[in-house]
Design a protein around this ligand. Sequence first.
Ligand code: 2DT
Ligand code: MG
Length: 212
Amino acid sequence: EGNKKESRGALVVLEGLDRSGKSSQCSRLVSFLEGRGISAELWRFPDRTTNVGQMISAYLTNTSQLDDHTIHLLFSANRWEKRSMMETKLKSGTTLIVDRYSYSGVAFSSAKGLDIEWCKAPEIGLLAPDVVVYLDISPEKAAERGGYGGERYEKLEFQKKVADYYKVLHDVSWKVVDACLPMEDVEKQLQEIVLDCVTESGKGKLLSTLWS
Ligand code: 2DT
Ligand code: MG
């Protein structure tokens, strides 16, 4: 397009425990952005639609058993197989709202006892989010919300360990939102954070890679 450089989209990641409200807030955010004329897509990890994703899904539903290291690498591979599409979309100006990313990968596997640095290693070189929003809820409150399905990690004791590892991963790119506020308030806070982020990314802020 002539010499005017298209502005890129923002890479926004939502993280949090199961039942923290990530999935509903992600879809609301996409509708909100689209309503403001901002091109946006909802992505989620694991992406269960790919071959790797189907192996992950079988593991999560207890249909298959896998060594902890093996499943960790599959989760990572599932992000790597989407990396180039992610970059293409962002560079074409589409903002991606991503439900879970590398932080889930590291928090959940570390909670099983794997070394945290080992867990981070396969994520090196993936695109770094412009912002990570952590929907903060205690494991006990999340469990009270009910609706844990029967999936492998959906147990209070395990979620407590995951919460501890999420805390270790917080860095300057993280914004913490209290997930126990009324849904509309959580939504408002998210909208502000994401609009700011989209504006910044559109001003020519370069994409970077993990872990930074
Ligand atoms: P959903 O309930 O959001 O579908 O997640 N998980 C997720 C990992 O252990 N490693 C990862 O890299 C990712 C992205 C979190 C399914 C479960 O998979 C866990 C919950
Ligand atoms: Mg779940």
